[in-house]
Ligand binder design. Structure first.
Ligand SMILES: [Fe+2]
Ligand SMILES: [Fe+2]
Length: 424
């Protein structure tokens, strides 16, 4: 069985690398400023989760893959290094992932394909061929974002750490670390930033309000039967685009749950990617209706508040409060938008709704597990209630602190949405 055991050992390493990639690359999501880059990282994390799942499935057909899902310390250490710390330039970190760690993963898959028997190990071969295509595409997709990013020093730093292993599979000659190599994680461990990065875009505390001259989404307008459906359509696109806050705060959970079962991270990655698509619905549709995205302020409150709470509380608020509570309002919005015979809008909203139902399901499945990870022993219901209360208190301190980047006259408000909508 030596031949099988050797290939299984490699599959196991590939599984661990993919798993740890998605667990740590997600820390870039809220630290980079460009929406398209956030979206792309979410997509790659999701694809990586898919790779890991197929590798695990294939691995389980082979006797020595192992039943546990832990990642070896030497692999983990490199990914934790790649995460950097508060002093790191997030774009340099992106370059570290995509110009060192991901190409090394591609090389590892190519090595696997080279050394395995294509007839005997056909099931693995088919998967690995697919993954090679994905990895190559990922590098192409990220390239425009990395143009002009100077990261040679950081790349060298990560390359040295990886050379010490001889590549992810130990397939190359090892170059042991020099005695004066300094692991950054030992000097300064990673910590979440107190706020998320939105790059060049204007920001504010929240986009929901009651004053049409102040905020883009006026809550009573959404349910007022007199509101023109075109206004509701634009408001719901703003709402969807602002799910960017869900992307940013959900992405913080992975790094803090190193011992979570892989299936938890798998569903969480799916959740993350879903939110990134929902946000893209708004990001792509709004300009079609004449909205200048540079006038739409991004709401930072949810990230700023939730980051002050531990991960299982963040996840509880997200699934049990925000998502579970959003259905009646969204159902009403969907009914109103249907009046417009806008097939695209109906489709986007229908998929959003379908995804959200899954998210609440994930919440029911994983919240107890997440609570266990943090030693929370109260019954779920009691914990959720207490967390809702705590959220209100934390919001008092950390909410509403982000001033408007733009004066009323410049920012997108409900009043302006009304004007734009009626001219469409
Ligand atoms: Fe969503
Ligand atoms: Fe959701």
């Amino acid at each position: 069985m030596a031949a099988v055991n050797e290939m299984t050992r490699l599959l196991r390493l590939l599984f661990e690398v993919e798993r740890e990639f998605l667990r740590t690359v997600t820390t870039l999501v809220y630290r980079v400023g460009k929406p398209e880059l956030k979206y792309l990282i979410c997509q790659h994390a999701w694809e990586s989760a898919g790779h890991a799942r197929f590798l695990r499935e294939r691995g389980r057909e082979l006797t020595t893959f192992g039943t546990h899902e832990n990642v070896s310390e030497n692999i983990r250490k490199i990914f934790i290094e790649a995460v950097g710390n508060t002093n790191s330039d997030p774009m340099v970190l992106v370059a570290g992932y995509y110009e060192v760690l991901k190409p090394a993963l591609l090389a590892a898959y190519q090595h696997y394909l080279k050394v395995t028997d294509h007839l005997a190990d056909w099931p693995s071969k088919k998967l690995v061929e697919e993954f090679i295509n994905d990895e190559q595409r990922h590098l192409v997709e990220i390239a425009p974002f990395l143009q002009g990013i100077e990261a040679r020093e950081w790349q060298l730093h990560l390359t040295q750490a990886l050379d010490d292993l001889g590549g992810w599979l130990g397939q190359k000659i090892r170059l042991p670390l020099s005695a004066n190599y300094v692991w950054q994680q030992e000097k300064m461990p990673y910590a979440h930033p107190a706020t998320c990065n939105r790059g060049k875009y204007p920001v504010c505390s929240g986009v929901f309000g009651f004053d049409p001259t102040e905020d883009p989404i006026v809550r009573p307008w959404l349910t007022d039967p007199k509101t023109d459906a075109r206004v509701i359509r634009l408001m719901v696109y703003v709402w969807l685009m602002m799910e960017m806050d869900a992307i940013d705060y959900l992405a913080t959970v992975f790094i803090e749950t190193p011992n979570a079962p892989f299936d938890l991270h798998f569903d969480l990655t799916r959740h993350l990617w879903d939110e990134s698509r929902h946000s893209q619905f708004g990001y792509r549709q709004l300009p079609k209706f004449g909205v200048d995205l540079m006038t739409l302020e991004h709401s930072l409150d949810l990230y700023n508040i939730l980051i002050q709470m531990p991960p299982h509380e963040r996840y509880a608020m997200m699934t049990m409060e925000f998502e579970a509570g959003s259905f009646p309002a969204k159902a009403h919005v969907m009914d109103r938008v249907r009046e417009l015979n806008d097939f695209e809008a109906d489709t986007l909203l229908a998929f959003d709704r379908n995804d959200e139902q899954n998210h609440v399901r994930y919440g029911h499945r994983w919240l107890p597990e997440m609570m266990a990870q943090f030693g929370e022993k109260r019954p779920v219901e009691e914990f959720v209630k207490a967390t809702q209360e705590k959220f209100k208190q934390v919001a008092e301190i950390y909410g509403g602190k982000t001033p408007h980047s733009l004066p009323k006259a410049k920012r997108l408000t409900a009043e302006k949405i009304l004007r734009l909508a009626l001219s469409n």
